[in-house]
Ligand binder design. Structure first.
Ligand SMILES: [Zn+2]
Length: 114
């Protein structure tokens, strides 16, 4: 799966979308992908890849950072324990029924084996 390295400093040449993704698959050269119009442009050699990465803003999203906290509401939503107890847990899925026995074929019915 492609990992987003950052955003290209120039807009999409097709639709002028700002923030074209610069992505890279493991072991492959980076490429640009416009999430708006879908235009993709792959680096074909190391020189193109170096130029592409030179014109890329680093991804500002820190993957190791904790998820953002929800905004503080003026009147927070509090679920009383008696209401939370009414929540029905999702039952475990029932096991799949066994496959029906294979109907006896002509040979089996003639040989009285099925
Ligand atoms: Zn585009």
């Amino acid at each position: 799966m492609a990992q987003i390295l950052g955003r290209h400093i120039r807009p999409c040449p097709s639709c002028d979308f700002e923030g074209v993704h610069v992505k890279q698959n493991e072991g492959k050269l980076p490429y640009t992908h416009c999430p708006d119009c879908g235009l993709m442009c792959a680096a074909k050699n190391g020189q193109q890849a170096a130029g592409l990465l030179r014109n890329t803003r680093a991804n500002k999203i820190d993957q190791a950072a904790p998820p953002p906290a929800p905004p503080v509401a003026e009147k927070p939503i509090v679920v009383p324990p008696e209401v939370a107890a009414l929540a029905v847990p999702t039952p475990a899925p029932a096991p799949a029924p066994a496959a029906p026995a294979k109907p006896a074929g002509l040979w089996d019915s003639l040989m009285k084996r099925g």
